[in-house]
Design a protein around this ligand. Structure first.
Ligand code: PMP
Length: 432
């Protein structure tokens, strides 16, 4: 019989060292049900990271599984050389859910590919190449994505793709301009104009940004950020690509897309993760004009729009609509947020900031000895990880320095599960 330890040893022997696992003693997972997962040793955990915000409607979801089983028995793959019903149905459905006049869709298989595709389209549509992205942003693992990503720890080689400039990020807790919320006049958004004028030719292809920075530690921009930022981008000829890989599919509560929380309509959106509850699928949606800009070129994704992944995605959308998960996400998100704020009040010297929207909530941990210090505290994050694991709760890590806890349960989590997780977190902080 295999156990977690054996499996980990075999894993490490064959996988690239960059494929690192969580925890001092990693957990080899064998099965899941709803918000819970069970390891190969038979221990069950509450899963509040959901495969990195991906298992949006819970493990072993009945509606998703029924559609997947039926589709596997019918047809698993033909490539994009042929239209299939699940692909067309999903395209129609998704396009009915996105804001503005985003009327065309391209399917691929990962968030990285979707972002790469969107950048290429922005360049083709504008006939410009320079791109603005944000510090602390994350957009994937290709060479282009490593260049748009602004975390040195995710950049493997020094040679980045040219023409990508990173503006200051709307990180209110550590405002790059030293402002407090009451003295903020959106310096971070205005920085984009300075970056364009000083570091580009003055004409840009676009702006790639996450509505809430995921890997960055759920950095949540202020309410007017995107209005100011996107106006500047359009003034210099660029298009706005909202990277909804983490924030899409209801994650932020009450709305389908994170960018809708900011009242801005993007020219393009990329989506992945929560789209199909873990089946590999991603998409770019955009306007007819932008999609037409590559009409004369071939551009194929062999796995794009795979019928099984599309069937799974249709199951996710059905689940969100039938079970009113946008509303559930808001209600459970508020309970989670209230619980985390309570922990911050109890442990003010280590919990510096609580932030996020819906069921995308983070705690930034600090060493605060004098009151008001904000020294990054990745060591406390590691300790909380081990303490929560002991108490059978799985959570995520993030932040430039690994200094942030990321908590993102499935959208159909129950009030009892939220309460249980908050209780475990509270005990874990008490044990620090
Ligand atoms: N964009 C964002 C916002 C992401 O969080 C990620 C993955 N963490 C990606 C893009 C890349 O997605 P993938 O890992 O599926 O390539």
């Amino acid at each position: 019989m295999t156990n977690s330890q054996d499996l980990k040893a075999r894993h490490d022997k064959v996988m690239f060292p960059s494929v690192a696992n969580y925890y001092q003693e990693p957990i080899a997972l064998a099965k899941g049900q709803g918000a819970r997962v069970t390891d190969v040793d038979g221990v069950t955990y509450l899963d509040f990271f959901g495969g990195i915000l991906t298992v949006s409607v819970g493990h072993n979801n009945k509606r998703v599984n029924e559609r997947v089983h039926a589709q596997v028995d019918r047809l698993s793959h033909v490539s994009t050389l042929y239209p299939t019903l699940p692909m067309v149905e999903l395209a129609e459905k998704l396009l009915s859910l996105v804001p503005g006049k985003l009327e065309k869709i391209f399917f691929c298989a990962s968030g990285t590919e979707a972002d790469d595709t969107a950048v290429m389209l922005a360049q083709a549509a504008t006939q410009k190449t320079e791109l603005i992205a944000l510090r602390h942003g994350y957009h994937g693992r290709s060479m282009l994505a490593q260049s748009t990503t602004a975390h040195s720890s995710y950049r493997s080689v020094p040679t980045q793709i040219a023409g990508i400039k990173h503006a200051q990020t709307p990180y209110c807790y550590r405002c790059p301009f030293g402002k407090k919320p009451d003295s903020c006049s959106m310096e971070c958004a205005k920085d984009i104009e300075d970056v364009i004028q000083t570091t580009t030719t003055g004409q840009i292809a676009g702006f790639l940004a996450e509505p809430i920075q995921g890997v960055g530690g759920f950095i949540t921009p202020p309410a007017d950020y995107f209005k100011v930022a996107v106006e500047i981008i359009r003034k210099y000829g660029g298009v706005f690509i909202a990277d909804e890989v983490q924030t899409g599919f209801g994650r932020t509560g009450g709305k389908w897309w994170g960018i809708e929380q900011y009242g801005v309509v993007p020219d393009m959106m990329t989506m992945a993760k929560g789209i199909a509850n873990g089946y590999p699928l991603s998409a770019v949606v955009t306007t007819i004009d932008i999609a037409n800009s590559t009409a004369k070129k071939g551009n194929i994704s062999t796995f794009g729009g795979n019928p099984v992944s599309c069937a799974a995605s249709l199951g996710v959308l059905e689940e969100i609509e039938q079970d009113k998960l946008l509303e559930n996400c808001s209600a459970r998100g508020k309970e989670l947020r209230d619980g985390l704020e309570g922990i911050k009040r109890q442990f003010p010297k280590v919990v510096g900031d609580v932030r996020g929207m819906g069921l995308m909530q983070a705690m930034e941990l600090v060493v605060d000895e004098q009151g008001g210090d904000r020294t990054h505290n990745p060591a406390a994050v590691m300790k909380i990880f081990e303490e929560t694991k002991k108490r059978k709760l799985l959570i995520g890590r993030g932040g430039l320095k690994g200094n942030v806890l990321r908590i993102s349960p499935p959208l159909n989590s129950t009030a009892a599960e939220i309460k249980e997780a908050v209780g475990i977190l509270e005990q874990s902080f008490a044990a620090l």
